[in-house]
Write a protein that binds this ligand. Structure first.
Ligand code: S3P
Length: 473
């Protein structure tokens, strides 16, 4: 689906983003292996979490979905640790989290399972999960010399291990902790840097003891004594900070822009984008709300200054804003002066090579960008209209969609269908904040400034109420 976003008035209003994607995945996975009925309120409605839920059902959990929007909930009756051998390939779609978390679960099951994904996922590394799971006692093989999916897992009896993660990946740490639930003895995982800690928090909500020791200037050391059985619980998923990030960055990038994201997860391992926007000169206000499922939650308002300033992003902030770099980069493109990103080589193995696509797309819109092996140098300037490619990556699509609202001309996005992997209601939310867009006819023509009149949202689904100047009354 091609999408054209037109420049217009500054984004203004409030938005309630969908449930957090990372937290929803974990709730489904722990619901699957847990004992009893897990109730997940306001889960993320995107296709990625749908893939995790479908895998859970295929592995023996009884799963039911109710209603939609903020009232939505999913109920999972778990298998109490003993899953059913799947009779076909487990499809993970575009979702790296599904594949890597499920690998940990399957490593402890006495049967064969195959995990596979779409074209993008089957290009993403799996050696990082194969290595620790083999050491625990599982048998795993993968395509291209054990580097790429499909991933074949023959699980069995596992032993606890001590393992130093080579990358600060929450997916890999979570994979090992999930395997550790059925392993004999203690598992200890050490991370080389900070990473989101949703698995640790949620394991505690499921009654499993996980010890996390902070280490100065480095990532935490995690300990879990196996075997341990998660007990089903009821939890409310906070709004997804990473989904809200696009609107918050767009507000920061526009003098007079002001966007409030309601009920958003404020886990400190995820929120460095706010620190970056403050350092660039934006006004950020956070109002705390009651916690949800062991996670801090609040409303966030970002207001754009007269002049946003380019910054050198401290490399140690990158892990705490790893999924927000596309949003930050569009703010940097509009800021006065140079911005620098380093320590972000991991972005090359996300849903796309995000460093390459950000550089190419910003370049196509008239911004001078120098691509480095582990980062970008962006010379902020007036962003021209033009055409961009998403490489099937939802976060690239959403970043350039919000940039379209404040560029000098329309931005045509070659394929916005990937947005549905995490945020099916994105186009409606952008419209409600005053964004103007149209699903474009598939043609090679580039948009001309002041071209066709926008016809409204490209997607029917909304993730919750959004109010702003664009909302039809
Ligand atoms: C995720 C962890 C991050 C992040 C991804 C979601 C998770 O990946 O980029 O979108 O839910 O654990 P890594 O753990 O590989 O850094």
């Amino acid at each position: 689906m091609r999408l054209i976003v037109h420049p217009g008035a500054p984004l203004e209003g409030s938005v309630r983003p969908p449930g957090d994607k990372s937290i929803t995945h974990r709730a489904y996975v722990l619901g699957l292996v847990g004992e009893g009925l897990t109730v997940v309120e306001s889960p993320n409605p995107g296709a990625d979490c749908g893939a995790t839920l479908a895998c859970a059902a295929r592995l023996g959990a009884a799963c039911d979905s109710f209603a939609a929007g903020v009232e939505a909930r999913v109920e999972i009756r778990g298998c109490a640790g003993d899953l059913i051998e799947p009779d076909r390939v487990l499809e993970c779609g575009n979702s790296g989290t599904t594949l890597r978390l499920m690998a940990g679960v399957l490593a402890a099951q006495p049967f064969l399972a195959v995990l596979s994904g779409d074209e993008s996922l089957n290009r993403r590394p799996v050696a990082r999960v194969i290595e620790p799971l083999r050491r625990m006692g599982a048998t795993l093989t993968a395509r291209d010399g054990d580097r790429l999916p499909p991933l074949v897992v023959r699980g069995g009896r596992l032993n606890g291990i001590r393992y130093d993660l080579p990358v600060a990946s929450a997916q890999v740490a979570s994979c090992v902790l999930l395997a550790a639930l059925k392993a004999e003895g203690e598992t200890e995982v050490t991370l080389p840097g900070p990473a989101r800690d949703h698995t640790e928090r949620m394991l505690r909500a499921f009654g499993v003891k996980v010890e996390s020791t902070a280490r100065n200037g480095s990532g935490p050391r995690l300990r879990l004594a196996g075997p341990a059985r998660p007990r089903a619980t009821r939890l409310r998923v906070p709004g997804d900070f990473s989904a809200a990030a696009f609107f918050l960055a767009a507000a920061a990038a526009t003098p007079g822009g002001s966007v409030t994201a309601l009920g958003v997860g404020l886990n400190p391992t995820r929120t460095a984008l706010l620190d970056a926007l403050v350092q660039m000169g934006a006004r950020v206000e956070v109002r705390a709300l009651p916690e949800a499922g062991e996670e801090p939650v609040g409303d966030i308002t970002v207001t754009g200054p007269e002049r946003l300033l380019g910054i050198e992003l401290p490399a140690e902030w990158v892990p705490r804003m790893i999924d927000e770099i596309p949003a930050w980069a569009i703010a940097a493109a509009t800021a006065a002066g140079r911005s620098r990103l380093s320590g972000a080589a991991e972005l090359r193995v996300k849903e796309s090579d995000r460093l390459a696509l950000l550089a190419a797309n910003l370049g196509a819109l008239g911004i001078v960008v120098r691509e480095r092996p582990d980062g970008l140098e962006i010379e902020g300037a007036t962003v021209a209209g033009g055409a961009v490619r998403t490489g099937g990556d939802h976060r690239i699509a959403m970043a350039f969609a919000v940039l379209g609202t404040r560029a000098a001309g329309p931005i045509a996005i070659d394929d916005a269908s990937s947005i549905a992997t995490s945020y099916p209601g994105f186009a409606d939310a952008l419209t409600a904040l005053g964004g103007r867009m149209e699903p474009a006819a598939t043609s090679a023509r580039e948009p001309a400034s002041g071209g066709r009149r926008p016809t409204g949202p490209a997607s029917a689904a909304t993730s919750g109420p959004a109010t702003g100047r664009g909302r039809a009354s």
